[in-house]
Ligand binder design. Structure first.
Ligand SMILES: [Zn+2]
Ligand SMILES: [Zn+2]
Length: 681
């Protein structure tokens, strides 16, 4: 949660950097005669670096890394058009990653590693040295869906499972990405033997580019996951230094005291795996996101046989996916969606536009198959969709029949009733291709009554509003819109209750630590495990940063490590601290007032009437009285300072600020951000 501070508190020191920036901007742009000393001069120099501080809020540590206060302060709010320009997604369209070669090289390296691992890693878990414990520390993914990252630690060795990002909420103005606080990993960087990734979804790999700037252990992932990471790293210009090893399901990697076996499971992205992580304490199964699909579109059913085998050999702990624990029954097979596409494509004489999650390779494959079946050409639009298509066809996860694809530039040359366009935007994302089509901003596609738009996705909680906005707009343009709420066009990638029960039944874990879920889901999952006969004393519903200690016959939470979230402004500015975020929220909610006071260096008196500039507060022309009053309050504050012989600028500024703030609150019930600036002459 964004810290909700009273806007009147903490402002003084918080805004000093802002003030300097404003002062600088005013001095330059406003043509105000400024002396080459004092405040203005100070502002031109390097802004004072505030020390990062930690703040506890609702049990989470919000790490403040306020490097950017001055960088953002002087800027005016961007218009939507400007935002679009700056969006890193659009800006960083780099050249394609040369995935193939690197994957091959990495596969070789991993093969060797696996050989080594195979010899050492298998076999019964022995009990470790006396007192040695397995420590499991989730740094994300508990109490939330997003930024999954779990640390496993045995003596001097650490491995990390997943490295995901989260998504900002509405209060996080200008924040594009949320990543876990990894200060614990930074402190222990030398002990990290590897980062193991379950699959290529953003909530499992999205933080890698940010994390690799701080630590650089080897990364182990299956081929598709590795391919997706490489695209990401290429965009962030980090591919060269990254050590990515490609691993196949069935292989085992030795990493310090751990051996990590990759086990094939099903999910809404191809090449997803669960891990059997063996340390001297025992074997832990970390499922990652999973479902059990007995008729998957490509590949095999989840390797339940192997999971059952491990269960028979003895599983110390199970750390499963809790996403769909509230949903009864089994989750449906991906192939079911194909039949729906068949119906919708069959007698359609309109252009078909389909959106789905870009990462769902199997879904896209099915759309292409039915397009080909009915003699349609397929155009792909949207950056993430294009990326996935490239990687998955290069790596052989997708097979596109000859001559089916047509570039978007040439799509208009195909008759509309022979066209299928696959696009991003299933969540109504503002920059996505579907959004641009709906709002007539897409280069090649204008929506009208000749379109059937199929939304083959469910809303990720929190996105309902943006999706319905797009659907409304598409209807308004005359299109026929078929969406999941009225037609079954989507199946979940996560196991429902019966599948979750099956996972417990197969693995027969001694200890149970539900992962990947909001708090209520974790508790529901704990309850489910109890129903399945897991000893309630052996179940731990944990939280991020908690240290869970396991021995062969005990489990307990013991202490905490720093954990929380880091907010990243994707425009390249970097991390956004809570101070910056608070400023943005404050500006958005209340607006801003800049008070410029030109004062004499010699006697500290006001040289001319104070100047007041407001943004987002009141409309000046209609508020002359209020402006006049504000000038009066400022003037009186300065006079009272003179009378009390207060001469230092910062005391004068804080006096002006508190008087003006008090006046405005009393008369308008608003608390705009107030930035007093003194210009010395
Ligand atoms: Zn996933
Ligand atoms: Zn996930």
């Amino acid at each position: 949660m964004a810290p909700k501070q009273n806007s009147k508190t903490k402002e003084t020191n918080k805004e000093s950097a802002l003030e300097q920036a404003i002062s600088k901007a005013v001095g330059r742009a406003g043509g105000v005669k400024t002396a080459a000393k004092g405040t203005a001069k100070k502002a031109a120099g390097k802004p004072e670096q505030r020390k990062p501080a930690a703040e506890k809020k609702e049990g989470k540590t919000l790490k403040i890394t306020d490097k950017t206060a001055t960088g953002t302060a002087g800027k005016r709010t961007k218009t939507p058009a400007e935002k679009r320009e700056n969006k890193p997604a659009e800006k960083r369209r780099g050249k394609p990653a040369t995935v193939k070669e690197t994957v091959l090289a990495a596969a070789e390296a991993a093969g060797k590693a696996a050989e080594r691992g195979g010899k050492k890693g298998k076999g019964k878990a022995k009990s470790g040295p006396a007192g040695a414990k397995l420590r499991i520390i989730p740094l994300g993914g508990l109490g939330e869906i997003g930024k999954n990252l779990t640390v496993y630690e045995y003596e001097k060795d650490i491995i990390v499972v997943d490295c995901g990002m989260g998504f900002p909420d509405d209060e996080m103005y200008g924040v594009d990405v949320v990543i876990p606080d990894i200060s614990y990993l930074e402190e222990n960087a030398a002990r990290i033997r590897g980062i193991f990734l379950t699959h290529g979804h953003e909530d499992h790999i999205g933080a890698i580019p940010y994390v690799l700037r701080k630590i650089n252990p080897p990364i182990y992932a299956t081929r598709l996951t590795a391919g997706l990471i490489k695209i990401k790293l290429e965009e962030h210009r980090l591919l060269k230094q990254a050590q990515i090893h490609t691993v196949e399901a069935g292989m085992t990697i030795q990493a310090g005291a751990f051996s990590v076996e990759f086990i094939h499971i099903n999910h809404s992205i191809a090449d997803a795996v669960a891990f059997a992580i063996t340390s001297p304490v025992g074997t832990v199964i970390h499922t990652g996101d999973f479902k059990i699909d007995v008729t998957p579109v490509t590949g095999a059913m989840a390797d339940l046989a192997r999971l059952g085998q491990l269960g028979n050999e003895g599983v110390l702990a199970l750390l499963p996916d809790s996403t769909n624990v509230e949903k009864p029954g089994h989750s449906e097979s991906e192939s079911k969606v194909g039949a729906r596409f068949d119906e919708l494509f069959k007698d359609c004489d309109k252009r078909i536009i389909v959106t789905t999650f870009a990462s769902n390779v199997d879904r896209i494959q099915q759309i292409i198959n039915y397009a080909a079946k009915y003699g349609r050409k397929v155009g792909i639009t949207g950056r993430s969709m294009e990326n996935i298509m490239r990687v998955s066809t290069e790596l052989g996860y997708m097979k596109v029949p000859e001559d089916v694809l047509v570039s978007m530039d040439r799509i208009k040359s195909v008759p509309r009733n022979k066209t299928v366009i696959i696009t991003t935007g299933s969540q109504g994302e503002e920059m996505s291709a579907l959004y641009r089509m709906a709002f007539s901003e897409h280069k090649q596609v204008d929506i009208d009554a000749g379109d059937r738009v199929i939304i083959s996705a469910s809303a990720i909680p929190g996105n309902e509003l943006t999706i319905t906005k797009v659907i409304d707009e598409l209807f308004a343009k005359g299109a026929e819109v078929i969406y999941n709420r009225i037609a079954n066009l989507h199946v979940s990638g996560h196991a429902c209750r019966e599948d979750l029960k099956m996972m417990i039944a197969l693995t027969k874990p001694k200890f149970f630590i539900p992962l990947h879920g909001e708090t209520r889901m974790l508790h529901q999952h704990a309850h489910l495990a109890k129903e399945m006969g897991v000893d309630p004393a052996n179940i731990v519903v944990s939280g991020i940063g908690h240290v869970i200690e396991l021995t062969a016959d005990s489990i307990r939470e013991n202490g905490e490590v720093p954990a929380g979230r880091i907010l990243v402004d994707g425009s390249g500015i970097g991390e956004v601290g809570s101070v910056v975020l608070h400023d943005r929220k404050h500006l958005a909610d209340e607006g801003m007032i800049v008070v410029i006071m030109t004062m004499s260096v010699e006697d500290g008196t006001l040289v001319s009437a104070p100047e007041i500039i407001t943004r987002g507060f009141v409309y000046l022309k209609e508020s002359e009285d209020l402006m006049e009053e504000m000038r009066r309050v400022v003037h009186e504050s300065i006079v009272s300072c003179e009378n009390q012989r207060i001469t230092d600028w910062s005391s004068i500024k804080s006096k002006v600020k508190s008087n003006l703030s008090g006046y405005l609150y009393k008369n308008t019930r608003r608390s705009p951000m107030i930035l007093p600036v003194i210009i010395e002459v």
